[in-house]
Design a protein around this ligand. Structure first.
Ligand SMILES: C[S@@+](CC[C@H](N)C(=O)[O-])C[C@H]1O[C@@H](n2cnc3c(N)ncnc32)[C@H](O)[C@@H]1O
Length: 439
């Protein structure tokens, strides 16, 4: 199939800012970002459900869809709460469009999700040909240029339109486009097959298990939360790592989840309400330190801001450029100044985290991106600025080492985890993890 060779077809100037030092590694990185990870991964909520029981539920869904051709489900060592689903046999993937079918065009975000096995939700649909009926099979394309207008009725012609798979229509044009005041929601097209070979099961997340990428699961394992501890998740929404933290603690202790987006906190509350250890607050974490408060109280917390040294462990899963979210069919960031704004907020959050962690405590910094500035350079800055921080080994190790930087010893790069195109676990999203101890 045709895949773009860079997510920056529309905004090529940004490419120079991704790897300023390791520029020789840029071309393979960009190509890798455009490709789809083939393995689907779930994290089981082991407080509610055994991994075996969740595996059986997944197997049943796969059997209904693919019968004897169902792909394998398996576990990984050191990550017992995780289940992986292999891609389909290549005979079940459909690489070319059927010229008899009408077509639907989706935006690149929706296109990326469906290559990873999702169905098409109404807001992602840009074009549907007139007279397309419910239950009709259609070819699905992504519009890489971003030029297809929402509501387009004719066949959309563009050299940068890529075929993604075949789906069954569940919503017609009038349901999708006729009500400007109340945009349509729900599944508009149920995918039958896609060109990536990832099973088209949609998102089977429930309270028992969550669709989650390998590095996000590894990240909380690196934090290594223990029962009874006080943990701060500084940028928590949608709460996927927060719930994992509580699960690894056996829901014993205190997990404080902060996020400055009220709507994102509102939507994670029902999910996090099942854990008695978690409290969530809408709060700007760049102001999370109550500088003149007495040291951390022994009993229960009140809300933020918190006295210095309040927490045993802190996760700073920072807001970032998000370039690691594969496949990147077309990067949504259009300006260099937007890309270069992230290290600033990351440093401000980091400064708060260093004050809030207790001596001997652990701080994990992570991003779902691949730029040097937001990953290795941030770590080098932190070690220069905070002499009380020691970089420690980010284990369990599933990603590769960090990229080399001038003046940053190779032995330190090896303590980091970067998920990128090289290494044994390249079939996942781009991600970065650094672990510090306050001494
Ligand atoms: C990468 S996402 C976090 C994902 C989350 N940790 C998870 O795994 O489900 C970054 C989050 O940071 C939040 N954020 C951005 N600036 C913030 C700030 N100043 N204070 C708190 N949260 C912030 C965003 O709203 C966003 O939800």
């Amino acid at each position: 199939m045709f895949y773009p060779k860079t997510p920056f077809l529309v905004n090529p100037l940004l490419e120079a800012d991704i790897l300023k030092v390791n520029s020789a590694a840029l071309a393979p990185l960009l190509e890798w970002l455009c490709l789809t990870p083939k393995v689907t991964t779930y994290r089981v909520n082991t407080l509610r459900c055994s991994v075996d029981d969740f595996r059986k539920k997944l197997e049943e869904k796969l059997a209904i869809r693919y019968g004897v051709k169902s792909p394998r489900i398996y576990c990984l060592p050191n990550l017992p709460e995780m289940l992986c689903i292999d891609p389909l046999d290549s005979q079940l993937t459909k690489a070319v469009a059927d010229s008899e079918l009408k077509e639907v065009v989706v935006d690149t975000n929706c296109g990326a999700a469906l290559l990873r096995g999702a169905h098409i939700y109404a807001p992602g649909v840009l074009a549907m040909e007139s007279n397309t009926e419910r239950e009709e099979l259609v070819n699905v394309y992504a519009d890489l240029d971003g030029k297809c207008k929402r509501g387009t009725v004719k066949r959309y012609e563009s050299p940068n339109k890529v075929f993604l798979g075949t789906g069954k229509v569940l919503m017609q044009r009038y349901q999708l486009f006729n009500n400007a005041e109340k945009p349509a929601s729900g599944v508009a097209v149920e995918m039958q097959s896609n060109v990536s070979g990832v099973p088209t099961l949609g998102d089977l997340s429930s309270e028992d298990g969550l669709l989650q990428n390998l590095p996000s699961i590894v990240c909380v394992r690196v934090l290594d939360p223990q029962p009874g501890e006080r943990i701060l998740d500084m940028c928590a929404a949608p709460g996927n790592k927060t719930s994992h933290i509580a699960e690894l603690m056996g829901d014993r202790g205190s997990v404080v989840a902060l996020d400055n987006s009220a709507s994102r906190v509102r939507s994670m509350l029902p999910k996090l309400g099942h854990y008695k250890s978690i409290t969530a607050h809408v709060f700007n974490s760049t102001e999370a330190v109550a500088a003149d408060a007495p040291s951390a109280p022994v009993g229960e917390f009140t809300g933020p801001p918190f006295p210095c040294e309040s927490f045993d462990r802190i996760l700073l899963d920072a807001p970032c450029s998000g370039l690691g979210n594969r496949p990147q069919l077309s990067c949504s960031i259009k300006q260099v100044k937007v890309l270069s704004s992230y290290p600033h907020i990351q440093r401000r959050l980091f400064e708060q985290a260093v004050q809030l962690v207790r001596p001997g405590g652990i701080l994990v910094y992570s991003t779902c991106t691949v730029t040097e500035d937001e990953c290795e350079c941030l770590v080098a800055w932190a070690l220069r600025k905070f002499v009380e921080l020691r970089l420690t080994d980010a284990t369990p190790r599933w990603g590769g080492p960090g990229l080399p930087l001038p003046g940053f010893e190779a032995c330190k790069s090896r303590l980091l985890q970067r998920f990128g195109p090289s290494g044994a676990n390249a079939d996942t999203v781009g991600f970065f993890i650094a672990k510090f101890q306050k001494i």
